[in-house]
Design a protein around this ligand. Structure first.
Ligand SMILES: *Cc1c(COP(=O)(O)O)cnc(C)c1O
Length: 426
């Protein structure tokens, strides 16, 4: 059934949804005196209004206490990262001991690969997605070289079938079985950044383990977007960033997950630093490293507090809303956007192909649109009309209807703008 794309109908949908209240907690960028239609929360999430006060709290603590801020103030900095474990555990479906906020995403991917990519003769291969986010590929290829491997043979990149845009789970599982006992590691994005496809992380992990490989995920586009059960799925490790769906600010702190079975092992290879050392003994400045028996063992340095302050605000919002209800609202928004695009395609007789899977179980809050025959002009026209979306070569417009702050009204306005831009493009 085609929804009613009138503003009144959209406003009624917003009024009926209790989660609509969160929008007022964000700064919405403006376009010609009105809220822009911000659909790039998968690139940089919007700023929670409480961010400034959270930063000010730490600046005040520094002003008032100086170095003593490590042990005094609202959130003593010596244990600053500990405040995030509850929210991160909720979002990943992990135990609190399995997660920690630290560093930046690609840095963490390398640190995790040091521990979990340990090639040995005969078992050296990594299975990844073709056209993974470039940074992930650079990390994997450089790790293979670091271990004197050959990326041309040690990196297996699995691509969609000809004529298809997304991976079939059965093909991923088949590729894992085919690599068999030569496979050291499966490392895939939990949600693909380009198509918005959500992977079956449980099935992929089970198949990797069945052939004796480890399995990790880059959750850059999954965190704060889709609910997960990393612990129960048995996922070995994962990392993410917090500036996309997690709204923690540009370049904000990343985080990692390490399954309980890998915690507390003193002989696990790991690049070590003093912030991973036994907390009780950290300031004794002893020469030998004793890992904290949690994911915190992977920390190197003391917490970048000013970088992390907004993360606390953002995670509180997720705990309050709940990732389950957010996903449910996100599914409704995404389906509405999808229907809006189909409606405009039909009304204007244009070829607008959505390459994101149609099944809600295989996607989160993203629609990637292949606008055949339009070129970048359509994207530029949308931008000029106040739509903030994102353009990827060759011809894909990515849009994220984020349940935390996007509204049905945003999408009804988008429907009208898209129709207008296409009608006037001929
Ligand atoms: C956004 C993103 C990155 C960015 O990496 P940084 O280290 O945070 O700059 C890496 N990988 C994926 C899959 C991403 O989506």
């Amino acid at each position: 059934m085609t929804p009613d794309f009138s503003l009144d109908a959209a406003r009624a949908l917003d009024a009926a949804d209790p989660l609509s209240r969160f929008r007022a907690q964000f700064h919405i960028p403006q376009h010609e005196g009105a809220d822009c239609i911000y659909l790039t929360g998968n690139s940089l999430g919007l700023q929670p209004k409480a961010a400034a006060a959270a930063l000010q709290t730490e600046l005040d603590s520094w002003a008032e206490h100086g170095v003593e801020g490590h042990f005094r103030g609202a959130h003593p900095w010596a244990e600053y990262h500990e405040r995030f474990a509850r929210g991160l555990a909720h979002l990943t479906g992990a135990q609190e001991q399995e997660v920690v906020a630290m560093n930046a995403l690609t840095t963490n991917l390398h640190l995790l690969l040091v521990s979990f990519y340990r090639p040995v003769a005969g078992r050296r291969k990594i299975l990844a997605e073709a056209k993974a986010f470039p940074s992930d590929r650079y990390a994997l290829v450089s790790q293979i070289r670091f271990h004197q491997g050959n990326p041309a043979t040690d990196l297996i990149e699995i691509a969609p079938r000809p004529g298809e845009h997304t991976l079939r789970t059965a093909d991923i599982l088949e590729a894992i079985r085919e690599a068999g006992d030569e496979l050291a590691l499966v490392m895939i994005g939990g949600v693909n950044y380009y198509t918005g496809q959500r992977m079956d992380m449980a099935a992929i992990t089970a198949e990797a383990h069945a052939v004796g490989a480890l399995c990790g995920f880059d959750l850059a586009h999954a965190m704060g977007n889709v609910p997960m059960s990393l612990h129960d799925w048995g996922v070995d490790f994962a990392c993410w960033c917090s500036y996309k769906y997690l709204n923690s600010g540009p370049g904000a702190v990343s985080g990692i997950y390490v399954h309980e079975r890998h915690l507390g092992l003193a002989d696990l290879p790991r690049f070590e630093g003093w912030w991973g050392h036994d907390k009780e003994r950290r300031f004794l400045m002893e020469p030998d490293f004793q890992p904290i028996p949690t994911a915190e063992a992977w920390q190197l340095s003391n917490a970048p507090v000013l970088n992390m302050a907004v993360h606390g605000v953002a995670l509180e919002q997720f705990l309050e809303a709940g990732i389950g209800p957010l996903r449910e609202r996100g599914d409704r928004l995404t389906a509405y956007l999808e229907a809006a695009i189909h409606d405009v395609a039909q009304a204007t007789g244009s070829h607008l192909e959505i390459i994101t899977p149609a099944d809600p179980a295989e996607r989160g809050s993203q629609i990637s649109l292949f606008a055949h025959g339009f070129g970048k002009q359509l994207f530029d026209d949308l931008t000029a009309a106040g739509v903030v979306a994102d353009w990827r070569e060759p011809n894909v417009i990515r849009m994220a209807p984020v349940p935390m702050y996007n509204s049905f009204e945003d999408l009804a306005r988008f429907h009208a703008i898209l129709q207008h831009c296409i009608t006037n493009s001929n």
